[in-house]
Structure formats: structure tokens, C-alpha cells
Design a binder for this molecule. Structure first.
Ligand SMILES: [Zn+2]
Length: 293
């Protein structure tokens, strides 16, 4: 969807490869099982840094080096690094554009899109990421899967044009801060609807492969979505807008290289080979990450 925000000089290449980008937008979640460094790239438990009465967004330095100095790299890795990772990936994408490396442009565009989208989800900004600390377990899936399943067809994904972002790190921090500001509603509304519904109305069992999975019922998801207003949709729209804008920014910072010839250079067979390897790796070494996609 972010492809449609791009200017004429970029859109051809992205449209030609839209299938690749769409299919690979979920790669980072797959990698979580292959690499222990992957998981923290998807979230930041900003409330970990909230001392009494303090706004954690005032405490945590926005720049990586400053944050490392203040808290140590181990701490940052333990509580998530999504804003810094978005900034880093934007840098790598700029490099790929400079090198006219079509494969890397596509791969990094897909990856960057994924992390930006994660940063727009309120539940990716808290240690209570699945409601596990407040007896609201499963809320992550409700937000990220159930609600979009129900309503995605009606979403309005036209978000305007990509814009140049001078300081990606500040923009992504602003997005994380905005995501975090919605958390009170995310949890409160769940609790409020729960109090008004019996538990056999609240949950439904669904067949997944060979097992039955307990999850929020359709009725609950609908009620929840109605109370949330357009929060899910508006977070998605903002994510799409920033994805297009950071792709565009990387391209501008690379000197606006001509992408017209790149489209034909993309070696999808080779990329598919590599993707297969990745899947093998994942199968081989199932590292249990937290269920925090
Ligand atoms: Zn993710």
C-alpha cells in the first residue's frame, strides 16, 4: 500500500516488485525464531524506563549512542530497540540505493516497512504486550489479527504522498510516543467490554491445524472495534504513510538514483533460493522468541 505514496520516479520499480515486497513484509517475524537478536527489533517496552511520575519519553535518549551510554546495550536489547532499528534500516536502505542494489533495496524496503508498522502498534510499546500482566491475555492478537480481519476490507488506505523526513529518528520516536499514548484506551476498553460480557460470549474456539485455539469471539472483536473508533485504521494509515516517506527519504538521500533499469535486474530466483535457506535455518533452530510479533 505504501507503494502508492511514491513519486513517479520511484513507483515503477516498486510496482513491478510489489509482489515480492508484500510477500516478504513478514520475514522479520519469521527471523525471530532463527536469531535471538531479531525479537527486540520489533518493540520497545518504554514503560520499563518509567520511574514514578516521570515520562519515559523524557528519560530515554533518542539517539542510540546516548541511550547505550545511559542504560547499556544489554538493557536496550532486553527491552526492545524498534525506533533505533528503523533509523538504522533507513540508513541501510539509503546505502542500497546508492549502490543500485535492487535485491537489497527490495529486501530492506520490506523489512523497514515491517518495523515501522510494528512501531505504530500500541502493544509494541509496553512490557504488558499481550495483556499478560493485567489478565487480558490475547489482546495482542485481538489488535493485530482479529480486528484487521474483520474490518480491513473497509479500510481507506489512500494516505497521500510520501514526504521527505529530515530526521527519521525523531519521526519514529514521535510515532512510538503516539502509539504508547493509546495504551490506556486499548486496555480499558477491553476490560470494560469484558465486564459486560459473559465469558462464553467473550471467547470462541477455532480450529488451527490440529488444535483448537481459544481466542476472542467475533462478537467481542466487533464490540471492541466499535468502541475503539478508528484507532486501528488510523495507526495503519500513519504507518503506511511513514513507510512510503522513509523509502522516499532513503532514495533522496542516496541522490535520487534512476530506478528505471533496476526492475529488470532483480533476480527473483536467487532471492527465492536465499529465502528458502532462511526457512531451513528457521526450521533447524527454533529459538523461542516472545510472542510479540
Ligand atoms: Zn514484527
Amino acid at each position: 500500500m505504501a507503494v502508492f505514496t511514491l513519486p513517479p520516479k520511484m513507483i515503477g520499480f516498486y510496482k513491478e516488485n510489489i509482489e515480492y515486497i508484500t510477500a516478504h513484509a513478514v520475514d522479520p517475524d519469521k527471523r525471530r525464531y532463527a536469531s535471538k537478536n531479531e525479537a527486540p527489533r520489533h518493540y520497545i517496552d518504554i514503560d520499563h524506563y518509567a520511574k514514578s511520575g516521570e515520562n519515559p519519553f523524557d528519560s530515554v535518549p533518542r539517539y542510540w549512542n546516548d541511550a547505550v551510554e545511559k542504560y547499556s546495550e544489554d538493557t536496550l536489547m532486553a527491552y526492545g530497540i524498534v525506533p533505533w532499528h528503523v533509523s538504522k534500516m533507513t540508513y541501510y536502505l539509503t546505502k542500497a540505493f546508492k549502490e543500485n542494489d535492487a535485491n537489497n533495496i527490495l529486501r530492506l524496503s520490506a523489512d523497514l516497512g515491517h518495523y515501522i508498522a510494528d512501531a505504530h502498534v500500541p502493544l509494541h510499546t509496553t512490557k504488558n504486550y499481550n495483556g499478560q500482566l493485567t489478565n487480558q491475555k490475547g489482546i495482542h492478537g485481538l489488535w493485530e489479527s482479529r480486528i484487521p480481519e474483520i474490518t480491513a476490507d473497509n479500510f481507506d488506505y489512500l494516505v497521500g504522498r510520501a514526504e521527505y523526513i529530515k530526521y527519521p529518528i525523531h519521526r519514529i520516536w514521535d510515532a512510538v510516543e503516539e502509539s504508547h499514548s493509546y495504551l490506556d484506551s486499548v486496555f480499558f476498553i477491553e476490560k470494560d467490554i469484558t465486564e459486560k460480557m459473559s465469558s462464553d460470549q467473550k471467547y470462541a474456539f477455532e480450529q488451527r491445524g490440529n488444535s483448537m485455539v481459544k481466542q476472542y469471539s467475533q462478537a467481542f472483536a466487533l464490540a471492541y472495534d466499535a468502541r475503539m473508533g478508528d484507532m486501528v485504521e488510523s495507526r495503519m494509515r500513519k504507518a503506511i504513510s511513514m513507510i512510503g516517506s522513509l523509502w522516499f527519504t532513503a532514495w533522496v538521500d542516496a541522490g535520487q538514483p534512476n530506478l528505471d533499469n533496476l526492475g529488470k535486474k532483480v533476480d527473483l530466483n536467487k532471492m527465492q533460493e536465499e529465502d528458502k535457506q532462511l526457512e531451513e535455518e528457521i526450521k533447524d533452530q527454533k529459538i523461542k522468541g516472545r510472542e510479540h510479533d
